[in-house]
Design a protein around this ligand. Structure first.
Ligand SMILES: Nc1ncnc2c1ncn2[C@@H]1O[C@H](COP(=O)(O)OP(=O)(O)OP(=O)(O)O)[C@@H](O)[C@H]1O
Length: 407
C-alpha cells in the first residue's frame, strides 16, 4: 500500500534582497544608487522532497542554513521565489514566538482569534476552550493582554491552541525550546500522541535528542541547500561531523579515480556490520555476550598503509566507542581487492538500547579515504533493564542498623 503524500516540495528556491544602506543618512546620500546597494541572497536553493502522510520529519542544520525559511514555505507563510509547494489537509503551525497573536488582545481573545484562523468554528472553540487553557497551564493569566506574557507563556498558549484544532499537519519551529522542562515534556508526549494518531509533523530543532526521539526522517540544510535526506542517526552524524568532510571524501575519490581506469572511489567501505544470521535491520546482541563486527572494503589499486576505524554511536549520532587498527597494531591489507577485517569483542558492556555502527578508512596520516555515511544499526537486549549506554555486573544488598528505642 502506498502512503499518500501530504506535502510535496518541488524545486523550491527563495531569494531575499538585502539592502546594504544601514542608516537614513547613508540612504539619502546614496539616493539613486539603490540598485547597486542591493544584494540578492538565496536562503533556499532547489529544494525538492515529499512528506508522506503520518511521518515526522526533522529539519536540522546550523544557524542561518534555511530551516525556518523552508518551514515557512511549507506552511505557506512565505512564497517561494521559484518552485512549488503542494499541501493537503488542515495545518497548524508554531513558527515564531507570538506569531498569530495580537499583543493588545487577552489570552482568551487570542485563543478565539487564533483557533478561528486555523479553521475552527465558534462552537468548536467553545467546546475546546477549557481543554486549551488547561493544557497551557496559564489559566490565571488568560484574561491578561498577551503583550504582558513571558515568552514561555506565549508558547504554552500557542502550542495548546495548535494541538487542539485537530490538524493533519503540525509544523513546529524551535519555539518549544522556550518552554520550561515540564512543559517541553508535555509537548513531546502530545507530539507522540499525534504520531500514534497518524498525523504528520515537521519540526525544526537544534536538539539531537529531540530529533532522535521524534523523527523518522531528517533533512539536513546547509547554506540553503539540502545536503542530506534520510534516517535520523545518519542525518545527525552528518550534522555533527560536517557535510564538508563527506564532500571532500567524494571529491578525493573522484580525483584519485582520474588516475585509474575506474570512475568509482578507489577506496570504498562496502559494509560494516555485526556478524549474525539476523536480518540486516533486526540485528541484536545480548548485553554481556560476545560480538563480532566485520569491516569490508574494496580497493581498486594499492594504497599507502591504511588504517580502519569503527565507531559505535547513539541514535543521536554521538560516538561512544571508537577503535582503529593502528591502536591494536594491526596491519590491514592495502593492495587492490576486496578485504574484510574482523573485530571480535568479548562480553559486550553496552546497555540495553539502539546503536549504530560506522566505519572510516584512512591513511596513516589521518586523511580519510572513505567514511560510511549510512550506518548499520543494532540493538542490545538484556534481562536487567538499566538506563544508559553502559551495563555493569551488579549485586545489590541491604544493611540496616537497628535503632535502640529510647524512653
Ligand atoms: N526576511 C528575510 N530577509 C532577508 N534575509 C532573511 C529573511 N529571513 C531569513 N533570512 C536569511 O535567510 C537565511 C536563512 O534563515 P533561516 O531563519 O531560515 O535560518 P535557520 O536555519 O532557521 O537559522 P536558525 O537556526 O538560526 O534559526 C539567514 O541568512 C537569514 O538571515
Amino acid at each position: 500500500m502506498t502512503v499518500p503524500t501530504i506535502v510535496s516540495v518541488s524545486d523550491v528556491s527563495k531569494r531575499f534582497t538585502l539592502h546594504r544602506h544601514k542608516s537614513l543618512k547613508e540612504r539619502i546620500v546614496n539616493r539613486g544608487t539603490e540598485r547597486a546597494h542591493r544584494e540578492d541572497f538565496w536562503a533556499l536553493r532547489d529544494i525538492s522532497f515529499d512528506i508522506p502522510s503520518g511521518s515526522t520529519l526533522g529539519l536540522v542544520g546550523h544557524n542561518g542554513s534555511g530551516k525556518s525559511t523552508l518551514l515557512k514555505v511549507i506552511g505557506g507563510i512565505i512564497e517561494p521565489s521559484s518552485g512549488t509547494v503542494r499541501r493537503r489537509g488542515r495545518m497548524a503551525a508554531l513558527l515564531e514566538l507570538g506569531a498569530g497573536f495580537h499583543p493588545d488582545l487577552t489570552g482568551r481573545e487570542n485563543v478565539y482569534l487564533n483557533a478561528a484562523i486555523l479553521g475552527l468554528t465558534q462552537k468548536e472553540i467553545d467546546r475546546y476552550f477549557d481543554a486549551i487553557v488547561d493544557f497551557s497551564g496559564i489559566e490565571p493569566f488568560i484574561d491578561t493582554q498577551v503583550k504582558f506574557y513571558s515568552s514561555g507563556m506565549y508558547v504554552r498558549l500557542a502550542f495548546a491552541v495548535a494541538v487542539h484544532v485537530n490538524p493533519d499537519l503540525l509544523l513546529v519551529d524551535e519555539v518549544l525550546a522556550v518552554g520550561d522542562e515540564p512543559f517541553q515534556a508535555k509537548c513531546m508526549d502530545k507530539i507522540e500522541e499525534f504520531q500514534r494518531e497518524g498525523r504528520t509533523i515537521v519540526v525544526v530543532s537544534h536538539s539531537a535528542a529531540q530529533v532522535a526521539r521524534l523523527c523518522d526522517r531528517v533533512v539536513v540544510m546547509n547554506h540553503g541547500e539540502m545536503v542530506f535526506d534520510g534516517p535520523p542517526a545518519d542525518g545527525l552524524h552528518v550534522l555533527r561531523f560536517g557535510y564538508d568532510e563527506q564532500r571532500r571524501i567524494d571529491s578525493l575519490g573522484e580525483e584519485l579515480a582520474l588516475g585509474s581506469n575506474s570512475h568509482q572511489n578507489p577506496a570504498m567501505i562496502t559494509d560494516v556490520s555485526i556478524v549474525s544470521d539476523q536480518p540486516a535491520d533486526k540485528k541484536s546482541v545480548a548485553t554481556g555476550d560476545d560480538m563480532r563486527v566485520s569491516f569490508s572494503y574494496e580497493l581498486t589499486k594499492s594504497h599507502p598503509p591504511l588504517v580502519a576505524e569503527i565507531s559505535i554511536e547513539t541514535p543521536e549520532g554521538e560516538p561512544i566507542y571508537r577503535l582503529n587498527t593502528a591502536d591494536t597494531a594491526t596491519v590491514i591489507p592495502d593492495t587492490a581487492g576486496q578485504h574484510v577485517i574482523d573485530f571480535a569483542f568479548a562480553r559486550v558492556p553496552l546497555g540495553v538500547g539502539e546503536y549504530s555502527l560506522r566505519g572510516n578508512l584512512e591513511t596513516r596520516e589521518g586523511v580519510s579515504l572513505d567514511r560510511s555515511l549510512s550506518s548499520s544499526s543494532f540493538s542490545v537486549t538484556g534481562a536487567v533493564p538499566s538506563t544508559g549506554y553502559l551495563t555493569m555486573d551488579v549485586e545489590v544488598a541491604t544493611r540496616s542498623d537497628t535503632l535502640n528505642p529510647t524512653g
